[in-house]
Design a protein around this ligand. Structure first.
Ligand SMILES: [Zn+2]
Ligand SMILES: [Zn+2]
Length: 72
């Protein structure tokens, strides 16, 4: 839940192949849409102005669906 876990986190959870649909990198965490679109945290921050208008939900560029920030 918290965003403060960093070093001990990656040993527990091996990378399961999250691949960002935007930059193509494999990351530990991606925001995902039900349509299969994935975007990493870096790309989300870069495109935040275009993907979220309220900071609560982000809009999938593929299907246009609204996805909430936080655990679903
Ligand atoms: Zn990315
Ligand atoms: Zn989508």
């Amino acid at each position: 839940m918290s965003e403060k876990k960093k070093s001990s986190y990656r040993q527990k959870k091996a990378l399961r192949g999250h691949t960002c649909s935007c930059c193509g990198r494999k990351t530990e965490f991606n925001w995902t849409c039900r349509c299969g679109f994935q975007i990493c945290q870096d790309c989300m921050e870069e495109n935040f102005w275009g993907m979220s208008c309220n900071g609560i939900t982000w809009q999938c560029p593929d299907c246009g669906g609204q996805n909430g920030f936080g655990n679903q």
